[in-house]
Design a protein around this ligand. Structure first.
Ligand code: SF4
Ligand code: ZN
Length: 438
């Protein structure tokens, strides 16, 4: 492909200096008070600092800051260091020996391991369940293979730690070690695309690569951690997706998209030829040029999104009377990989397209027989209603049935990990948000 016109890149050192200065000054005035920022600023030990930033970055992947704060505080209270976290996971998986503290054998299906459950429960509300597990695995690796010392550069962090990608590595290294390395996340993509009028598909690898180059060129050399956080904060609070507050923006003087909106034409750049000639790979495609009704939100642009997959799942709330007459509900554990890995749910079964209600009942009854070992009959299942839940790529409808059971029913632990819980225990368990809705 032809090289991008230099008009998109940060070529003027004086402009770069001014932009850094305005952004850092704004960050000093307006930054949000967040627990991981406080920890990173106060912690003298580099490994502990890196761990504190790492946990926050993993939690913040795909989850709102406001939701993360509480989980973060609980997590850091429970596992304040890498060593503490590594220990928690070591105890559950020492060479297949089972869990010592809760005396669970390696192949037992009976009781859930308490520690494993603890980690899952902490993450359950965050929505992305395998992240916690991977964080544990990586912590274990640092303790057992790297002598408890976190890798000290973005390159090594990415190379040596499972689950740490380019963004997380850059964030840890710049914030905890002061390495002058840039970061690119959704917020940074938006801000950079607007600052430099980048209208090519911002999810394409070629554009992402250019954005990394730009972030690395732009990052402040003496305060890289603050600079990166400032750029992301700007995207999160000012240069927002739908209604950016350009009037309050500390870098508005440097923003090409704003210039274009105000003056109706691209900002003049001395000694630089115009884009579009010979097909600039960073400009909007010729077929979809600047749309003046969109203003700065012309940028960034993405290729059309895929429609979410539509799925239906039958789920059954089995209810019995516990020892004091308290209602109890049966939950079973999902497989340890895939969507919602290791979480607990009411016994559920994905439904084939266009299944009639009668047929739904039958397949659900079959499934319940198979996973509980009881002679469940289809007509005993009561249809309660439907619950819709949107996962990242799936539009899921749960068709909810209920089945009250009389008397004492023993579970067959050989069939699937399952347990009876009261309503209160249910809410304290590692269950997904969708199941809570059910
Ligand atoms: Fe974003 Fe507006 Fe600031 Fe440009 S001026 S960076 S579009 S908030
Ligand atoms: Zn261009």
């Amino acid at each position: 492909p032809p090289p991008p016109s230099t008009r998109h890149l940060f070529g003027d050192p004086a402009e770069v200096r001014a932009l850094r200065g305005s952004l850092l000054a704004w960050y000093g005035r307006c930054k949000r008070d967040l627990p991981w920022r406080a920890l990173a600023a106060a912690e003298p030990d580099a490994d502990r600092r890196a761990y504190a930033v790492w946990v926050s970055e993993i939690m913040l992947q795909q989850t709102q800051v406001a939701t993360v704060i509480d989980y973060y505080n609980r997590w850091m209270q429970k596992w304040p260091t890498l060593q503490a976290l590594a220990q928690a996971s070591l105890e559950v998986s020492v060479a297949g020996a089972g869990c010592a503290p809760c005396a669970r054998g390696p192949s037992s299906n009976a009781a859930p391991c308490l520690l494993e459950q603890e980690v899952n429960e902490l993450w359950a509300g965050l929505g992305y369940y395998s992240r916690g597990k991977r964080l544990q695995e990586a912590a274990r690796k640092v303790v057992s293979e790297l002598g408890g010392r976190m890798p000290r550069t973005a390159e090594d962090l990415q190379k040596l730690l499972p689950g740490v990608g380019r963004y997380t590595a850059g964030a840890i290294a710049s914030i905890s070690y002061g390495q002058a390395t840039g970061v690119v996340d959704g917020n940074v993509i938006r801000v950079l695309c607007r600052l430099r009028c980048i209208g090519a598909d911002s999810s394409s690898p070629a554009v992402i690569d250019r954005l990394w180059d730009m972030a690395n060129a732009l990052v402040d050399r003496s305060r890289p951690g603050d600079f990166n956080q400032a750029l992301m904060e700007l995207g999160a609070t000012v240069c927002t997706p739908k209604a950016p507050l350009c009037g309050e923006c500390p870098v508005k003087e440097h923003c090409r998209a704003r210039h274009r909106k105000l003056f109706g034409k691209p900002a003049p750049v001395p000694d630089v030829e115009d884009c579009g000639v010979g097909g600039c790979p960073l400009c909007p495609p010729a077929a979809e040029p600047w749309d003046s009704s969109l203003g700065v939100t012309n940028f960034p642009r993405k290729a059309a999104k895929k429609q979410p997959r539509v799925e239906r799942t039958a789920t059954c709330v089995l209810e019995r009377r516990g020892c004091h007459g308290t209602p109890e509900y049966l939950i079973v554990q999902r497989p340890s990989s895939g969507l919602l890995a290791g979480l607990w749910e009411f016994p559920s079964l994905p439904l084939a397209q266009g299944l009639q209600e009668e047929k739904q009942r039958e397949v659900l009854a079959d499934h319940l027989r198979a996973c509980t070992g009881w002679p469940v009959v289809a007509r005993a299942l009561q249809l309660i209603g439907e619950v819709v839940h949107i996962f990242s790529h799936i539009h899921q409808t749960y068709v909810v049935y209920s089945l009250p059971l009389d008397g004492d029913v023993a579970l067959d632990p050989a069939l699937a990990p399952s347990r009876w819980v009261t309503e209160e225990e249910f809410h304290a368990s590692a269950v997904s948000t969708a199941m809570k809705k059910v």
